[in-house]
Design a protein around this ligand. Structure first.
Ligand code: 13P
Length: 251
């Protein structure tokens, strides 16, 4: 398997600059794994300071948590892909369920954001996942397929090397109740099959698919042991330096 193992922390709207500086320091100081790519998705306000803190550590990279679908214009308060690229931020998270819910980001808008982000030279962690009602109805695989078809699958096969997929079931986010390893594996295998049908086996085998939703120090190993789980996108537990490093070291 030539897929990249990745552990990404999504800090969401947490930490002051000082707290973020301390947290990033704890992570970079304790980070020993040469194989695992570690990504910190931090608030926009922290990027500049944290770049200085971690620049020497090539295995710890920064991500923005979203970006606009245009590169400039009268969009007060927004941050564009080219602004991030000009700061040499390598990754941006797109399609997080909280953005979908609170900022009404739908699949069509996310297709535009993906296009703009890749055109600016960013790599994308693209999130998908179903809510509890959909999981209960048993249509979760179909739901995720629609999310991918209407946004991610607008890209060309050659662009997929710049994409990491994160499967985040909404019912597991911030609830303390992770998907079981079997539930994660089922969806990850289904996503990989979708990738194979759309882009062929080579792309499907090379694309890292992360699991997100209550990943903790005590369940990461079992989740990461699944054959199609290539790492995690971690919310709450990424705010605790010690626990986040434990998760990184779970591979
Ligand atoms: P938690 O790890 O807090 O459940 O959050 C997951 C998440 O939303 C990461 O993007």
């Amino acid at each position: 398997m030539n897929r990249r193992q990745i552990v990404a922390g999504n800090w969401k709207m947490n930490t002051t600059i000082a707290e973020g500086f301390t947290l990033a320091g704890q992570i970079t100081d304790a980070h020993r794994s040469k194989e695992v790519l570690t990504i910190l998705a931090v608030p926009f306000t922290h990027i500049f300071a944290l770049q200085k803190k971690i620049s020497a550590r090539s295995k710890v990279l920064l991500a923005a948590q979203t970006c606009h679908h245009k590169n400039s214009g009268a969009y007060t308060g927004e941050i564009s892909p080219s602004m991030l690229a000009s700061m040499k931020v390598p990754y941006v998270v797109l399609g997080h369920s909280e953005r979908r819910e609170y900022n009404h980001e739908n699949n069509n808008l996310l297709a535009l954001k993906l296009r703009a982000a890749l055109d600016a030279g960013l790599k994308v962690i693209f999130c998908c996942g179903e809510g509890l009602d959909i999981r209960k109805a048993g249509t979760h695989v179909h739901h995720v397929k629609v999310q991918l078809v209407e946004s991610l699958f607008q890209l060309e096969a050659r662009e997929m090397k710049n994409i990491v997929i994160a499967y985040e079931p909404i019912w597991a986010i911030g609830t303390g109740e992770s998907a079981s390893p079997a539930q994660a594996q089922e969806m990850h295998a289904a996503i990989r099959l979708m990738l194979q049908k759309k882009y062929g086996k080579r792309v499907a085998e090379a694309t890292s698919i992360l699991y997100g939703g209550s990943v903790k120090g005590n369940n990461a190993k079992e989740l990461f042991n699944q054959p199609d789980v290539d790492g995690g996108l971690v919310g709450g537990a990424s705010l605790n330096g010690e626990e986040f490093v434990q998760i990184i070291n779970s591979f």
